[in-house]
Every structure is written in C-alpha cells, then in structure tokens.
Design a protein around this ligand. Sequence first.
Ligand code: SF4
Length: 223
Amino acid sequence: MKMRDESFSRRCAALAPKLLKAFESRYFEAYYCESADAAADTALRLIPENASVSWGGSVTIREIGLPERLHAGNYRVVDRDRAATLSERMDLMRQALLCDFYLTSVNALSEDAQLVNVDGNGNRVAAMAFGPKNVIVVVGMNKLCKTVEDAQVRARTTAAPLNAQRIAGERFLKTERALPCVLTGVCTDCKSDECICAITVTTRLCKPARRIKLILVGEPLGY
Ligand code: SF4
C-alpha cells in the first residue's frame, strides 16, 4: 500500500467510531468498512434475496461493482442503464422510487453526521427523502467535511463539476451545449436548463429510523 493510502486509511479508522456514533444519534444504521470490497459485501448482506433493487447515478456504486453483483444474484433489479430509449430510462427511474432497496452515494458528509446531495433531475434526492423502503448509502471518507456548510460547498464546487464532466460523455445525458463548469472546470452558479445542480438536499435525520443504512468506507471513492 502506498504511504498516502496508508495515512488515509489510518485517519479513517481513527475517525470512524466517533462518526458511527454521530450517525446513530441521527437514527441512521451506520457501518464502517476499511475497503471498497468489504463495503460491497456489507451492502449485499443487507439486501435479502428477491428484493427489488435500484440505484442512482453514482460513481461509487459502480466503482465497487454492485450493479454487476446484483445482476448476477437473485434480485429484482431495476437498471436504468439498460434502457433502450430515454423514455424507458425515465420510466425505470420512476420505478426505482418504489423499490425495496435504493443504492446511492452522497456528494459530501459532515463530521456532525449530515448528508448533502446536489441533483439535476431530483430522482436521487427524492429516493433519499422518501419512496424506497430502504436506502443504502456507500460513501468514501474522502467526502468528509468539517461542517455541513463545508459539505454544501464541496457538493457544489468539487463533486458537481466532476460529475458534469462525467455526464457530458454519457449516453442519453450528453448535453447539446456544454455546461460552464465542463468548459472551465469551475462552478459559475449557472442557470442552464441542463444544469446538474437544480436541487440540493441535506439529510439531517434519518426518518423512519434506520431506513438509511450508511456504509462509510476507509478508501477514496467517487467524486
Ligand atoms: S456550473 Fe452549473 S452545472 Fe456546473 S457545477 Fe455550477 S451550477 Fe452545477
């Protein structure tokens, strides 16, 4: 393991017990995994066979290989990435809101255990707030910020411009006109009709209790 990775890992392990307690005090079901592989195993252990499962546009969920493992297992998978048309994709995104389990990450989290997400269409933040019976959030601790205000800044100035670059090349999502952050690398607080920062949601408490299962990962993941 590289020295930088070891330092990151050791800091995460030192922080994890206090963070888990902070999330539990806000009624989240919280886990800490040292590695991405362990996080994927933990997520799968939480999902019973035959459950309906879907996910949002998350780099983290893809990085840890969950879509492939769910397709290979005994689950009822709703996968918008397998849609043949934009209209079918939108239908699958709506179906995802009624699944037993919804998988996602977040753009940032604060040391006092609040989650921040910025969304373009709102489907991911809708699922976080209400709809799926259970939500599994997998988040690399590279997204940890001191305060909730810092987390909101990270979501807009770090995560969103990176996600805009990713989305600029995606099928169905390719924009006709490049967003300002795609051209310049920085957020200009745009009002483009294709802006990916239409809705920001801060999850301050998990309601009902334990509906959101949060898996903190001691490896950098996602944007
Ligand atoms: S420029 Fe627009 S789309 Fe890009 S990060 Fe800023 S608000 Fe979001």
